[in-house]
Design a protein around this ligand. Sequence first.
Ligand SMILES: [Mg+2]
Length: 297
Amino acid sequence: MNLAEAFAAYENVRQRLPAPSGRGACVRLPNLDALADQVDTFLLDAFGVLNIGETAIPGVPDRVAGLQKAGKRVLIVSNAAGFPHANLMEKYKRLGYDFAPEDVITSRKALLHGLRSEPARHWGMMATESLGRADLEDLNVTYLADDLAAYEAAEAFLLIGSAAWTEQRQALLEATLIAHPRPVYVGNPDIVAPRETGFSTEPGAFAHRLADQTGVVPQFFGKPFGTIFDLAFVQLDHPNPKRIVMVGDSLHTDILGGQVAGVKTALISGYGFFAGSDVTTSIDAAGIYPDFIIDRP
Ligand SMILES: [Mg+2]
């Protein structure tokens, strides 16, 4: 997928996303330091802000360390659902970041939090089996592969990682849901993620496809939906939304999510989703206006 296709894919599912609240002024600033006098707490997206794929964006580890040294709270708010939390913590450390585990808020955490109020079920799971089952030990899950019986036996479905997903598996999932509709929980609402070589297809893309094909309405956990922000606010003492900013490279997840959560929003224009493109055209097309547009994190 290229940028235009990725943007169109998000626009095509706007009916399943929250509506924008308010219209930011799109004030242009050079980097995160320029926000420091207006903000006490930074909620940072990961892909496109801290890193592209497995590489830190140059200068950002030092920038984040500087903000932390200046007394700012810096939390990660990421739609990373496929990786065990310990793996993610190792990755951020390897990239040069220093975050406490409880300050890394993922859609995996939001999903698991949401499942606590659900009855015990036998879940069919879209996930990468080689990453292991850490954090999910208490769930009764079967990894979905190419055996139709596993799809038919599941009481409900979890979509958390699509690296090993295939068109064949998607066809099996859609067919079983048409024959016998069951709940679908999505731990990563992203449709795409920026990688070193372009955009990868993420679980949200398959969730929206199955919704279009089967009429099953998936339940999403992660940006732009609110529960992931609720988990972030739990980590803050007396959070003041006017002094919190959500920073991200995606209008449809980070900026929309920040607006729905009632915090300030800053769109990264030079890295990640909109790298190398004219972001104002996309902002106008989406009608999602951030408070700030910053060239780089
Ligand atoms: Mg991102």
